[in-house]
Design a protein around this ligand. Structure first.
Ligand code: MTE
Ligand code: MO
Length: 446
């Protein structure tokens, strides 16, 4: 199916993906009930006699009498003074920086990764949103922080945070993904878990002001075409953005998931660019300069480009193209034969997800998965797919389709339109996990 710049001809491989004929699903509830009953029924037959028909639990007649647990017998813990809630201590393995899998290097140019295998629903909790900073997290007082708009404008403007908070606001759910996500696992299995392979990805409800409102107040010169955004961190992170995209949907964000930005996400103010590589969503934003052409910082050209098969480089590869990954079961897990619900995320920087297919036989056959509401523009979408694992070796993967008709390619298909050499960015290829006869789930990139 021809797509914009990805130009991936011939990806539509089987009957299921006939261009322009994406299946209209049954009524939501019908499918829901039918698949849940089947799922549980299958569960009961496969797991054997200990499981009563229609349930995943143990039949009460075979269970020990229901004892009164300690938690029923006394007072619970009172609310501590000045409390800010944290997860249960029993969830302490859910971390964006796992020192057991990645040595804590304490570098200033550093990153942490979202544990996608533990994420329920589409929203990444604030403490688990991945981080990428080129020079550490600055400590910025919102009382003294200012945003300046200058350059090719009729009236240069300066805003305090109080000024900005007086504007009406908008709140939008969007994913954010680093262009380097998946970079280590293009051609060989270098990583173990989905946190390591895909964890430079998060999704939040972002609150702020459309950039267009402030540009309108400053008054754009008629030949204005590009904007420069500058961060107040030690990296002096500077990025050029085409005016068209900025006017379309970019936000000046001060809150994430209902509270002010976390320091590591750009407190007190960041640019948020829906659907484009995270790199352009400049954190700790202090300056917007209006011009008529892009500015070329060294690191900037390094990020916006992709190598092509003919040895040339394509400039301005901003969009994060349609992609998906199975998060359960995923690398590092161990599963038992029987009924499973395969779950995962799909997302596209170019629109909404319209379908996700799942294979359990290494891509020989594909079946359509269920998408879970809400399905939003440039946002993580959850998919699920019931699977009876018979205990034999399996190879599972997902492939997503977005509202432009683009079908997520395999790495082999991507290799026809991109050169995969060195540390290549923008990996949106189909990602397989293998399941061994003993139930071990492993990264299966060949
Ligand atoms: N000022 C500033 N903005 C920045 C960066 C930075 O180092 N400094 N890193 C960029 C990169 S490469 C990414 S992927 C995103 C990460 O945002 P997050 O840390 O909130 O996940 O911020 C971008 N904005
Ligand atoms: Mo990034």
């Amino acid at each position: 199916m021809p797509t914009k710049k990805g130009a991936l001809p011939g990806i539509v491989v089987d009957k299921l993906r006939v261009p322009g004929s994406i299946a209209v699903p049954l009524g939501e509830e019908q499918v829901e009930n039918a698949s849940r009953r089947n799922f549980l029924r299958r569960g009961s037959t496969i797991a054997g006699s200990a499981i009563a028909a229609g349930t995943a639990g143990i039949s009460m007649s075979q269970a020990a009498p229901l004892a009164i647990p300690e938690s029923n017998k006394g007072y619970g813990k009172p609310i501590p003074a000045d409390d800010y809630g944290v997860p249960s201590k029993f969830e302490s393995n859910v971390r964006r920086r796992r020192t057991d899998v990645l040595k804590n290097r304490q570098n200033f140019s550093d990153w942490s990764m979202t544990p996608l295998q533990h994420q329920h629903g589409i929203v990444t909790p604030n403490g688990l949103i991945y981080e990428r900073h080129h020079n550490g997290t600055p400590d910025i007082d919102p009382k003294t922080h200012k945003l300046v708009i200058h350059g090719m404008v009729k009236q240069p403007l300066e805003f305090t945070m109080d000024d900005l908070m007086r504007y009406p606001s908008v709140s939008k759910f969007h994913f954010m993904e680093c262009s380097g996500n998946g970079l280590t696992d293009w051609l060989k299995a270098a990583s173990t878990t989905v946190q390591q392979t895909h964890g430079l990805l998060s999704c939040a409800q972002w609150t702020g002001i459309p950039v267009s409102w402030l540009l309108d107040e400053a008054g754009l010169a008629s030949d204005a075409k590009w904007l420069l955004f500058e961060g107040a961190d030690g990296a002096g992170h500077v990025r050029s953005m085409p005016l068209k995209k900025v006017l379309d949907d970019c936000l000046l964000v001060y809150a994430q998931n209902g509270e002010m930005l976390r320091p590591e996400q750009g407190y007190p103010l960041r640019l948020f660019v829906p659907g484009w590589e995270g790199n352009v969503s400049v954190k700790w934003l202090r300056r917007i300069k209006v011009g008529d052409q892009p500015w070329h910082a060294r690191s900037e050209t390094a990020r916006y480009t992709d190598p092509m098969p003919d040895g040339k480089w394509r400039q301005f590869s901003f969009e994060m193209e349609c992609k998906s990954v199975i998060t359960r079961p995923s690398g590092g897990m161990n599963i038992k034969p029987g009924a499973h619900e395969i779950q995962g995320f799909a997302w596209s920087g170019n629109g909404k997800i319209t379908a996700v297919d799942v294979t359990t036989d290494g891509g020989k056959t594909w079946q359509e998965a269920r998408l879970e509401e809400p399905v939003l523009n440039k946002c993580l979408t959850r998919f699920r797919f019931p699977w009876d694992w018979n205990g034999g070796p399996a190879n599972i993967a997902s492939r997503a389709v977005d509202s432009t008709g683009y079908v997520q390619p395999t790495v082999q298909e991507l290799a026809k339109v991109r050169a995969i050499v060195g540390f290549v960015q923008h990996h949106n290829g189909v990602f397989p996990w293998s399941v061994s006869a003993s139930g071990e789930v492993k990264n299966a990139i060949a």
